[in-house]
Design a protein around this ligand. Structure first.
Ligand code: ZN
Length: 65
C-alpha cells in the first residue's frame, strides 16, 4: 500500500481553470470586432479584438473574348 495523505491534489478552485467565456456584447469597430466576454464560472472579464477579415476584392478575373 502506498497511499499517502501528503500527495493530495489542491482544490481545483485555487488552480487556473479553463474559463468558459460568454460573450456579453460585441461591437464592430474600424480596428476589428471588439468582444466583451465574461467567464461564467469565476466572473473574470476579458476584451477580445478580432481582426476584420480582409475586404473581399472585386472580380479578380473576367472572361476575355
Ligand atoms: Zn474562469
Amino acid at each position: 500500500m502506498t497511499g499517502s495523505p501528503a500527495t493530495r491534489t489542491p482544490p481545483a478552485a485555487a488552480a487556473v481553470h479553463e474559463h468558459g467565456w460568454l460573450v456579453e456584447s460585441a461591437h464592430r469597430t474600424s480596428e476589428g470586432i471588439v468582444q466583451y466576454v465574461r467567464c461564467a464560472d469565476c466572473g473574470v472579464r476579458r476584451v477580445d479584438v478580432a481582426a476584420v477579415p480582409a475586404v473581399v476584392p472585386g472580380a479578380v478575373s473576367r472572361e476575355l473574348g
